[in-house]
Design a binder for this molecule. Structure first.
Ligand code: ISE
Length: 348
């Protein structure tokens, strides 16, 4: 039960009962050991109740915002799965309430907000924020990363990343393509290469037929890393055929590619093919579960959060904003990465 303190499980308060909040709730309640869902907040009271009810959690809504959730007994940690625009403000409240948190990407929409979160965490002297870049836990991406380097394909020279969404349910805004969708690619590129970006250029061609006036889709985001690797991202939001993520790295001694994961290839009636998922929840189901398990285990053992840090979240947001600038200016824009605070030094 939500307020049963007789065990040592971590009680999680979920903020946001939409698609991803619902998926995280089910995972924490059923597939992640050492956790339970203590409370669920949503601005829509019915939605909060629908998600909280089946897992025996308290449903919170109403004028107090997330204060009721933060004040609920047994909320030891918080998972932020609300709309992007309110992440920064909620992260600050959870920091003030001194709870460890997993914040869905993006950490914040603006550089200024993301940086102020980093500064607040540094001021507290302890890492308590993890950002939901779940691909870092994906068996496909982790296998791809192992291929890079002297024992695999040699020095990486070029990275091609492909990312499609079936549709844009809340409207298509090119700036949002950067901060909500392509931001996964920006993060995974840095992580794969262990490198920072130095410049970004955004190209667009003829917009697809479902693109609103003044916006662009698909787009190409082209980055150059500090060590000289080119990273090219194809981001297509209204791709209609389904959800797809793929990555190919060309190295000095070979190439490594990662596609859709282990989907079944079906041969029938003189035809061979695979199903394409509609959404990311299926493609990345195992990554979401592993991400949550790692987060909960770290809280239980007092270890630092194992995934993307607030610093990684800040850099992803900062680079997405330089990409927005490059898109509007129609030219290559320099990316300046400030010195990393010692709090985020890698732990061996
Ligand atoms: C969505 O917002 C996500 O966060 C998914 O992880 C991503 O793959 C998708 O393209 C985004 O639209």
């Amino acid at each position: 039960m939500a307020d049963d303190r007789s065990d040592d499980t971590i009680g999680v308060g979920i903020i946001g009962a939409g698609n991803i909040g619902t998926a995280h709730t089910a995972n924490l309640a059923r597939s992640v050991s050492g956790s339970r869902v203590a409370a669920v907040f949503d601005v829509d009271a019915d939605r909060a109740a629908t998600v909280a009810g089946p897992v025996g959690a308290r449903a919170c809504s109403g004028d107090g915002g997330i204060d009721e959730l933060l004040g609920t007994e047994g909320v030891d940690a918080v998972l932020i799965a609300s709309p992007d625009a309110v992440h920064a403000e909620q992260v600050r409240s959870v920091l003030a309430a001194e709870r460890p948190m997993l914040c869905e990407k993006p950490l914040a929409v603006t550089d200024h907000d993301a940086r102020s979160i980093v500064d607040a965490e540094v001021g507290r002297g302890r890492r308590t924020i993890q950002v939901g870049f779940m691909r870092r836990f994906d068996p496909g991406y982790t296998a791809l990363k192992r291929e890079l380097g002297p024992d695999g394909i040699g020095e990486p020279l070029l990275v091609h990343q492909l990312h499609t969404n079936t549709r844009a349910p809340y409207g298509l805004f090119t700036e949002q393509t950067m901060t909500n969708m392509a931001i996964h690619e920006l993060d995974i590129g840095r992580w794969l290469l262990d490198d920072e970006y130095e410049s970004v250029l955004v190209l667009h061609g003829r917009p697809g037929p479902r693109t609103p006036e003044g916006e662009h889709d698909p787009i190409l985001v082209i980055l150059r890393s500090a060590s000289g690797v080119l990273v090219q991202i194809e981001a297509f939001v209204n791709a209609t055929f389904g959800y797809q993520v793929a990555c190919r790295v060309a190295g000095a001694d070979g190439q490594a590619a990662m596609g859709d994961g282990a989907f079944v290839t079906r041969s029938r009636s003189f035809n061979r093919g695979v199903d394409v998922p509609e959404l990311w929840l299926g493609r990345f189901a195992e990554s979401y579960r592993l991400q949550l398990q790692g987060w909960i285990d770290a809280i239980r053992t007092g270890a630092a959060p194992p995934g993307a840090s607030a610093w990684d979240g800040y850099l992803a947001t900062m680079v997405a904003n330089r990409a927005i600038e490059a898109y509007h200016r129609g030219e290559e824009v320099a990316i300046e990465v400030p010195p990393r605070p010692a709090l985020y030094d890698p732990i061996d």
